[in-house]
Design a protein around this ligand. Structure first.
Ligand SMILES: *Cc1c(COP(=O)(O)O)cnc(C)c1O
Length: 487
């Protein structure tokens, strides 16, 4: 969609204008046709806009200003932990010793980088209460899949081939049932009770000799701590199953509680959420997986170990689930996470948890006057409110989320978890000031008042953005991402 003060690049195209200058050829000219064969040679000129360097610079700079990110404004996207990404992490990740090395280098030439990986593994094992950690998986969902493949290998190693089911609460992140399915299991749902926690009676009903694992997020996606976790662990373990911990958002419990102490066997973490890796738009992420000692043989290979005073890779792992990523994980994100952890220290991480929880509870209690609170109890790092009252006035949660764009905010996660009607899932994170939290709550209250007085204003939002309400399904299913002269 063209905009007056921002013509798109194809509208600027003028024949034979160029935005590049190439150096003189300093090698013999080759006959491309001969080398490639005729089939690979273009019949027509490429259909590209012809613009100057300045024009293209302005084009991309203008596009970049249309982005919303943590560095430009509040981004309370529940279950995503959009917290500040400290810039010191970037400085460290750019140190030549980290950024100029190559994964094919001999291990003895990159001992510093391997040492960082080793320390990070050890530190994450300590934070989660697990025995050992792999840094290979590239994201949260990838970690889930890797962990589940290890659980499968474990059961099969015991001749337990009948364990084909993975239990997942109905409030779980969508990646949980998806990973279970991709790992070859059948995902079975366990219900949430009226307090927003796993229904123990329902858990006892669904667990049986076919149970391979229970996948759990704790605090769960409603922001509530599963206080019966020890009993749940006993139910699953007694049935021969394993406990998988979705630790994408560890923000609420760091230095307070550890999945390993709760009885979990396998854990994944999202370093690009809890541990300040910048994320959004698909990556790069890092989803390390921690396991108890009995799962060590199944870890993705090669594993990084220490022999005498050298860090080495050990690929001689006959029971390993195999390599899950080329090279050694998303190293740059691991450097950022390591820098963050070392900057904060154990005490700092404890403070992170305290402020993440305080901020979420503060906002939840302020919003309670205007919005339905389906589970009225203290939350952890995030909380869920419902737009049920506003829906009666014809204003949906989607409308209110769109209206928030007019105030310069990225809206919270909406319609998730699916067991809450008209859900808003808000995660403020610990890095926001009280002023920001207050301004956001004021905007939400104002929007709720608009729903009563001028519902159309909200129903037709946003009003101040470059494009108004989009057809999101078509935008996602049939995105037009290529330049074309025809527009
Ligand atoms: C974000 C998230 C995931 C998935 O992580 P990705 O890195 O996006 O694959 C899984 N579970 C929970 C609870 C999450 O918040």
């Amino acid at each position: 969609m063209a905009n007056q003060d921002f013509p798109l690049i194809f509208e600027l195209s003028q024949e034979s204008r160029t935005g590049f200058s190439l150096p003189e050829l300093d090698v013999p000219e080759t006959n491309v046709e001969e080398q490639l064969g005729e089939a690979y040679i273009r019949k027509n000129e490429p259909d590209l806009p012809e613009v100057s360097e300045l024009q293209i610079m302005r084009h991309y700079t203008a596009l970049s200003k249309r982005n919303h990110g943590v560095d430009s404004g509040f981004y309370p996207l529940g279950s995503c932990t959009m917290k500040y990404n400290p810039k010191m992490n970037e400085d460290v990740a750019r140190l030549a010793g980290f950024s100029h090395i190559h994964p094919y280098q001999a291990p003895e030439t990159v001992q510093g980088a391997l040492g960082l990986m080793y320390d990070l593994q050890t530190t994450l094992a300590e934070i989660t209460g697990m025995d050992t950690v792999t840094l290979q998986p590239a994201a949260g969902a990838h970690g889930e899949w890797t962990g589940l493949m290890m659980i499968r290998a474990f059961h099969e190693g015991n001749g337990d081939f009948q364990r084909t089911k993975v239990i997942v609460p109905d409030s779980a992140h969508g990646t949980n049932p998806a990973s279970a399915t991709v790992a070859g299991f059948e995902a079975v749902t366990v219900k949430t009770n009226e307090r927003g926690l796993v229904d123990l009676e329902d858990l006892k009903r669904v667990v049986d000799e076919k149970t391979a694992a229970l996948m759990l997020t704790n605090p769960n996606t409603l922001g509530l701590f599963e206080e019966d976790i020890e009993e749940m662990a006993a139910i699953i373990h007694d049935a021969g199953g394993k406990l998988y911990y979705d630790g994408a958002n560890l923000n609420a419990i760091m230095s307070y509680a550890r999945p390993g102490d709760m009885g979990f066997d396998v854990v994944h973490l999202n370093l690009h959420k809890t541990f300040t890796g910048p994320h959004g738009g698909g990556g790069p992420g890092s989803g390390p997986v921690g396991v108890t000692a009995e799962f060590e043989p199944f870890l993705p290979k090669p594993i990084l170990t220490k022999q005498d005073d050298m860090f080495v890779f050990d690929g001689d792992r006959p029971q390993s689930v195999g390599r899950v990523k080329p090279y050694y994980g998303n190293f740059g994100i691991n450097v950022r996470a390591y820098t963050y952890i070392r900057t904060m220290g154990a005490e700092g991480l404890r403070k992170v948890s305290e402020y993440a929880v305080l901020n979420a509870n503060y906002m939840m209690r302020r919003l309670q006057s205007e919005f339905d609170l389906p589970y009225d109890q203290h939350c952890k790092h995030e909380f869920v409110i419902s737009g049920k009252r506003q829906k009666k006035l014809g204003v949906r949660t989607l409308d209110m989320a769109k209206r928030l764009l007019d105030f310069g905010y990225h809206p919270p996660t909406i319609y998730f978890p699916i067991n809450v009607d008209e859900a808003f899932m808000v995660e403020p994170t610990e890095t926001e000031s009280k002023e920001t939290l207050d301004e956001f709550v004021d905007a939400m209250i104002q929007i709720s008042n608009e729903a009563k007085e001028d519902p159309e204003l909200v129903q037709n939002a946003p009003h101040t953005t470059i494009v108004s309400r989009m057809d999101e399904t078509t935008a996602a299913r049939k995105p037009v991402l290529r330049y074309s002269k025809e527009g």
